[in-house]
Design a protein around this ligand. Structure first.
Ligand SMILES: [Zn+2]
Length: 74
């Protein structure tokens, strides 16, 4: 996933840290994502908000239920 994909996403992106399992939803605006930006999230400076790790899984959602399920599946 690149910052371009995030910019085009209708819904917030789910970020799950591989290190501490912290989950967070981030909007394209909060991530400062812009169209045409082909950097990955980690390359663009996205870090786990809890432990600061750059090793995380990012998930794009295509329905409003996606973010809700993501935050519930702890
Ligand atoms: Zn973490």
């Amino acid at each position: 996933m690149t910052m371009h994909d995030v910019a085009l996403s209708t819904y917030p992106v789910g970020i799950l840290c591989d290190h501490c399992m912290h989950r967070v939803l981030m909007s394209a605006g909060a991530l400062k994502a812009s169209r045409g930006d082909r950097r990955t999230l980690a390359e663009a400076g996205v870090r786990c908000g809890k432990c600061g790790s750059t090793r995380f899984e990012a998930t794009l959602f295509h329905a409003p239920s996606g973010p809700t399920r993501f935050m519930r599946s702890m």
